[in-house]
Design a protein around this ligand. Structure first.
Ligand code: BEZ
Length: 215
């Protein structure tokens, strides 16, 4: 049987692996770029392909929205810098949408392998559609992986970022389909005294272990 190369898969809670790479905005030392805020690092399989173009323009249109949320964007594909530059220029000419955020030229697959974006069962030489949410402490907080033939959902990417930031700010957990303005989960009681307190509370409650409060 043919032996498959085993690639590292970063996990939630891991420090974001550092690297130096060429991008459409110049050389990037990732650990420097991500300092002081949130970062979304995302890969696409290839420049000049249809689904990728819809996704990358989706990120570009919302770049200001991400900036307001103290979040920088970084794209990546296993393409050359020349291909990236030509594609960014072509998309701008055809759609009027300019991808201002840096796009990493990962022609040697170094970063794709470091971040588990190369998944040979899906494709040997193209990155899957990965999204890494990295917090201001350079920790990976949420990971999405999509296959080559299904585009991501920008509403969910924004919602996930809002949820991470809200959970941190208020030290709460957030339920299914949570959106800004909705109630958060109150941590379950850990002692009998807390349980008795909970049963007397005004929280919206299914039972003592599932209670919600306004933020
Ligand atoms: C696309 O972006 O359309 C695409 C790229 C690689 C494989 C399949 C679809």
């Amino acid at each position: 049987m043919e032996e498959q190369e085993v690639f590292q898969m970063p996990r939630i809670g891991d420090p974001a692996p550092d690297f130096k790479a060429m991008t459409t905005t110049g050389m990037m030392q990732f650990s420097e770029y991500i300092k002081g805020g949130w970062t979304i690092l995302f890969s696409h399989p290839a420049d000049f392909t249809p689904v990728c173009t819809t996704e990358m323009t989706g990120f570009a249109v919302l770049e200001d929205e991400f900036r307001k949320m103290n979040t920088k964007l970084v794209g990546l594909s296993i393409d050359s810098i020349h291909s990236h530059v030509a594609w960014v220029n072509n998309v701008k000419e055809k759609t009027g949408i300019f991808m201002k955020f840096p796009i990493i030229a990962d022609i040697d697959m170094k970063v794709a392998k470091l971040y588990g974006m190369l998944q040979p069962g899906e494709h040997e030489t193209a990155a899957v559609r990965a999204v890494f949410f990295i917090d201001p402490n350079a920790k990976i907080r949420l990971i999405m992986y999509y296959p080559l033939n299904v585009g991501r959902n920008m509403d969910e990417i924004i919602r996930a970022l809002q949820a991470l930031q809200t959970a941190d700010e208020h030290k709460v957990a957030l339920p299914l389909n949570w959106k800004p303005g909705e109630k958060a989960i109150v941590p379950p009681p850990k002692t009998i005294a807390e349980l008795e307190e909970r049963l007397k509370s005004n929280y919206e409650m299914v039972d003592f272990y599932l209670a919600k409060r306004d933020l």
